[in-house]
Design a protein around this ligand. Sequence first.
Ligand code: GRF
Length: 202
Amino acid sequence: MKTLGVLISGRGSNLQALIDAQRAGTLGGAIAVVVSNVDGVPGLDRARVAGLPAVCCPQGGRTREDHDRALVAVLREHDVDLVCLAGYMRLLSPAFLEAFSGRILNVHPSLLPAFPGRDAQRQAWEHGVKVSGATVHFVEAMLDSGPIVLQEAVPVAEDDTVERLSARILEAEHRIYPRAVRIVLEGRYKWDGRRVRVSAGA
Ligand code: GRF
């Protein structure tokens, strides 16, 4: 059974989508550990309620490198095969990326490469796009830039607000993140340059 380590910083609704998929037997693996860099966040409670190891690893006064070394140690301790960033609001160091090279996924609330960075839903809404959406991608050194595994488009309604658009994008995130994790854990993809070619399956 392949294992996931999920990194969070807050609410944890994407973590919950992964937990629900694991329960439903559609994740293709099991969550071995949930790690937050922020103490007392709802995502840690969700992990505990689900009976998962929930670790708080605050950066404190440490450098990014030292903090990431501690994260890598926790993930290795739990034999993690794939790292899932789920609202993890901190850039990863080159050493972390190296330690889990090709084995880190992120979910982002826009159709990348449009609107990387924070507040992507508001960026899209203010830009006036007619379609936005959600993306799951492999993580590379540059922020929100890695090869794309899955995307789901979310049309922007004429009378939308940022809040309503964000809520629909979040639902799309919850649909595609567990599906993308399963594709990766089951090895149902091939590299074609920077294109991730997904083969058919469950
Ligand atoms: C999501 O919109 C995710 O795409 C972004 O941060 C948000 C985290 O939400 N990176 P949650 O903590 O999973 O509820």
